[in-house]
Ligand binder design. Structure first.
Ligand SMILES: Cc1cc2nc3c(=O)[nH]c(=O)nc-3n(C[C@H](O)[C@H](O)[C@H](O)COP(=O)(O)OP(=O)(O)OC[C@H]3O[C@@H](n4cnc5c(N)ncnc54)[C@H](O)[C@@H]3O)c2cc1C
Length: 618
C-alpha cells in the first residue's frame, strides 16, 4: 500500500511525484513507459513569456522543472530584454533526450518514490472516494490518494490527413479504458486538440537562408538555485514561409482534418497550425519559421511555426517551399491529436476533484497546454495531496501573489473553452509578479510545506537583507552633479545642477539598471547585481507597484469574506436562477472568487453578500 499514486510520467506527473516523495510520502508513479518519463511531447523548450514565469515560480517553491532544464539546456535566452521587467522571461532550448535523462536521474534520487511501468485501466473507488488503481496487466495498487496526470492520452486520436489512429501521442498507445471509467464515474469531459510540426534532418538545410539566434552570452540561469550546466550550446534559426507555402496550404485545404470537419475539437488559439495561420490571416504574406535543434548529438530539427496535420506528401511540399528548405528531408511528420479533458470547474483550488475528494487532477487533463502549465499544476497537486494526508490545509496561492495561483484560479473559476496557456497579460499584478522576484514571493511557502531546503530558503532571506541594505545606502547617498551628469548625458537624460539622492535618480526612465550599477560601483558602491535589480525596479515603478498593492489589499479583503463550503445555492432565492447555477457550478470559496465567475451579475453578488451576513448573524 502506497500513500499516493501518481498516474503519468509527464511534466505534471514528474513534478507531483517529486513533491510527494520529497515531502516524505511513500509514492508510486505508474506510467506507460518508464523510459519516456520526462518526455517533451512537442518542442524541446521550456519557458517564454508567462510560461517562463511559471517555471521560475515552480523553482522558487522547490519544484524540479527549472533545474532539470538548466542541466539539459543548449540555448539560453532572456526574452524581451529591451522591454519592461514585467515581461522579461527566460527561455531555454533543451536537448530532448538529455532532458528525459536528467528528469529520470532527478526522480531516481528520491528514496520514497517507486516506479511501475503499466497502463492504469481503472481507478479503484470505494465509499465515495478513490482507494487505488488497477493496471491493464491486472495488478492492483492501494493508496490513500491518487494524482491523475495523463496528458493527451485519454481517448487520444491522432490525425494525419484523412488517416486517423488511436494514440496518446506519437509512439504511445491511448488510455481508453480509464477515459471510459471517468465518464461512468460522472466526470464531465470535453475534447481539445493540439498539434505538432514535422521534424527535418539539419544536414538537408541551407542555413544561409536563415538568421542564427544564439544563446545569450551570460546564459541567464532559469533556476534560482543552480547554475546551468549545458552540455554545449546550439543556435536556433529564423526563416520564413513563402507565397508558395501558402498556395500549397490553400490548394489542400480540403485535405486538412482541421478544415474538412474531421477534427471538431478546439485547439490552442495562440499556437495555431500553419493551416490556421494561412487561412485565418490571408493578409500576412509570410510567417516565421524557427528551426530548433532537438539536441546536441542529433542533426534533427524541430520546425517551429509549421505545426500541421496535412497528409504527409503535402507536409513535405510545404516544408520544401520554405526558403532554405528546398532540399529538406523530413524525419517525422507533423500530426494533430484530439483527446479528452475534464472542464476544471470540477476541481477545488487544491486540484482535488469535487467528486472523489482524494483524487487530484493535474496538467493537460485539466484543459491546459504546455510543459510549464502542467508542471505548475503537478507541483500544486502533489503538495496538496501530501498535505491532505498530513491533515494540513491545502496550499492555495492567490492570483495576486503568483502566476501559479492565477493559473489555478482561472481554471477553477472561469474554466476554459480552449487549451489554456499562460500569458503575462492574464495577470492584474504583472509588475509585481516578475520572474526575477519569484524566489522572494514564494520560497517561504516552499519552505513551510517542506519542499524547499533550509539552505536555499536562507539564500532568499539574505537576498532580502541585501535589498534592505542597498535601499538604505542609496537613500543616504548624495551624488554630485559631476558624478551623475556623465551617466545622464550618455543616456540622453536631462542633466542635474544640484546634488541628488541616489535612490531618486534611479527613477530616470532613460537610464538602464546596468548603467547605474556600473556607475555606482565607480563611486565606490559595489552592489550584488540580483539584489540591485530589485531595488531599481521598485524605485523606477513605485507608482505602478503602489497601485497593484492597493488592488492586492482590496482582493485580500474580499478573500477574507469566506463562503461556507456546504452552502445550498439552489435555496438562495434572492439570487437569479442563472446566478445560482453559476455559483453551484464553481462553488467559490470566498467573495473574491465569486466576483470573478464570468457573467455573474453584480446584483447576484450583492444578494450573496447579504445572504452571508444574514447567516453569520443568525
Ligand atoms: C502532438 C502534441 C503537440 C503539442 N503541442 C504543444 C504546443 O504547441 N504548445 C504547448 O505548449 N504544448 C504542446 N503540447 C502539450 C505538451 O506536450 C503538454 O502540455 C504537456 O506535455 C502536458 O504535460 P502532462 O504531464 O499533463 O502530460 P504528458 O506530458 O502528456 O504526460 C502524460 C503521461 O501520462 C502517462 N499516461 C497516460 N495515460 C496513462 C495511463 N492510463 N496509465 C499510466 N500512465 C499513463 C503517459 O505515459 C505520460 O507519461 C503538445 C502535445 C502533443 C502530444
Amino acid at each position: 500500500m502506497f500513500e499516493v499514486i501518481v498516474v503519468g510520467g509527464g511534466h505534471a506527473g514528474c513534478e507531483a511525484a517529486a513533491a510527494l516523495a520529497r515531502m516524505g510520502l511513500a509514492t508510486l508513479m505508474i506510467t506507460i513507459d518508464l523510459d519516456r518519463i520526462g518526455e517533451m511531447s512537442c518542442n524541446p523548450a521550456v519557458g517564454g513569456i508567462g510560461k517562463g514565469h511559471l517555471t521560475r515560480e515552480i523553482d522558487a517553491l522547490g519544484g524540479i522543472q527549472a533545474r532539470v532544464t538548466g542541466r539539459a539546456g543548449i540555448q539560453f535566452r532572456m526574452l524581451n530584454r529591451g522591454k519592461g521587467p514585467a515581461v522579461q522571461a527566460p527561455r531555454v532550448q533543451a536537448d530532448r533526450e538529455l532532458f528525459r535523462i536528467e528528469m529520470q536521474r532527478e526522480l531516481g534520487t528520491l528514496e520514497s518514490l517507486h516506479l511501475y511501468q503499466g497502463m492504469v485501466a481503472e481507478l479503484l473507488v470505494s465509499g465515495g472516494d478513490v482507494t487505488g488503481v488497477r493496471t491493464e496487466d491486472g495488478n492492483q495498487f492501494g493508496a490513500r490518494a491518487v494524482v491523475l496526470a495523463t496528458g493527451t492520452f485519454l481517448d487520444g486520436l491522432i490525425h494525419i490527413g484523412r488517416h486517423t489512429r488511436p494514440a496518446g501521442r506519437a509512439g504511445d498507445p491511448p488510455s481508453n479504458q480509464l477515459a471510459r471509467q471517468m465518464r461512468e464515474l460522472g466526470f464531465e469531459s470535453g475534447r481539445f486538440k493540439t498539434g505538432t510540426p514535422p521534424r527535418i534532418d539539419g544536414r538537408s538545410v541551407d542555413f544561409s537562408r536563415f538568421e542564427p539566434q544564439h544563446s545569450d552570452p551570460e546564459r541567464a540561469s532559469i533556476s534560482f538555485w543552480e547554475e546551468p550546466r549545458p552540455p554545449g550550446t546550439r543556435p536556433c534559426w529564423v526563416g520564413h514561409t513563402r507565397t508558395r507555402t501558402h498556395e500549397i496550404v490553400l490548394d489542400h485545404e480540403a485535405d486538412s482534418p482541421l478544415y474538412s470537419g474531421q477534427i471538431e475539437a478546439r485547439g490552442p488559439r495562440y499556437c495555431p497550425s500553419i493551416e490556421d495561420k494561412v487561412i485565418r490571416f490571408p493578409q500576412n504574406p509570410r510567417h516565421q519559421v524557427f528551426l530548433e535543434p532537438e539536441g546536441i548529438h542529433t542533426t534533427e530539427l524541430y520546425v517551429n511555426g509549421l505545426s500541421t496535420s496535412m497528409p504527409i506528401g503535402v507536409q513535405l511540399s510545404m516544408l520544401q517551399s520554405v526558403d532554405g528548405l528546398g532540399q529538406a528531408r523530413m524525419t517525422k511528420p507533423g500530426y494533430a491529436i484530439e483527446y479528452d479533458y475534464y472542464p476544471p470547474h470540477q476541481l477545488r483550488a487544491s486540484l482535488a476533484t469535487r467528486l472523489l475528494p482524494s483524487l487530484f487532477l493535474a496538467g493537460q487533463i485539466n484543459g491546459t497546454t504546455g510543459y510549464e502549465e502542467a508542471a505548475a499544476q503537478g507541483l500544486v497537486a502533489g503538495i496538496n495531496a501530501a498535505r491532505q494526508l498530513q491533515g494540513q490545509p491545502p496550499l492555495l496561492l492567490s492570483r495576486a501573489e503568483s502566476y501559479i495561483g492565477l493559473l489555478i484560479d482561472d481554471l477553477v473559476t472561469r474554466g476554459t473553452d480552449e487549451p489554456y496557456r499562460m500569458f503575462t497579460s492574464r495577470s492584474e499584478y504583472r509588475l509585481s509578479l516578475r520572474q526575477d522576484n519569484a524566489d522572494l514571493r514564494l520560497a517561504g511557502y516552499g519552505h513551510s510545506v517542506g519542499l524547499l531546503p533550509s539552505d536555499l530558503y536562507d539564500r532568499t532571506q539574505r537576498k532580502l537583507e541585501r535589498i534592505g541594505e542597498i535601499k538604505a545606502c542609496l537613500t543616504d547617498t548624495l551624488l554630485t552633479a559631476e558624478q551623475v551628469n556623465p551617466v545622464l548625458e550618455a543616456w540622453e537624460s536631462p542633466a542635474v545642477d544640484q546634488p541628488v539622492r541616489a535612490l531618486k535618480i534611479l527613477k530616470r526612465p532613460q537610464v538602464p539598471c546596468s548603467a547605474w550599477l556600473e556607475a555606482l560601483s565607480a563611486f565606490g558602491h559595489e552592489f550584488n547585481q540580483e539584489s540591485f535589480v530589485q531595488v531599481w525596479v521598485e524605485c523606477k515603478y513605485d507608482g505602478y507597484l503602489a497601485r497593484e498593492e492597493r488592488k492586492r489589499l482590496e482582493l485580500r479583503r474580499m478573500e477574507g469574506a469566506r463562503l461556507p463550503d456546504g452552502i445550498e445555492y439552489a435555496e438562495l432565492m434572492t439570487v437569479s436562477l442563472e446566478g445560482r447555477e453559476k455559483l453551484d457550478r464553481v462553488r467559490p470559496v470566498n467573495l473574491a472568487q465569486a466576483a470573478r465567475i464570468p457573467g455573474l451579475r453584480v446584483s447576484d453578488l450583492g444578494a450573496l453578500v447579504i445572504e452571508i451576513a444574514r447567516r453569520r448573524s443568525a
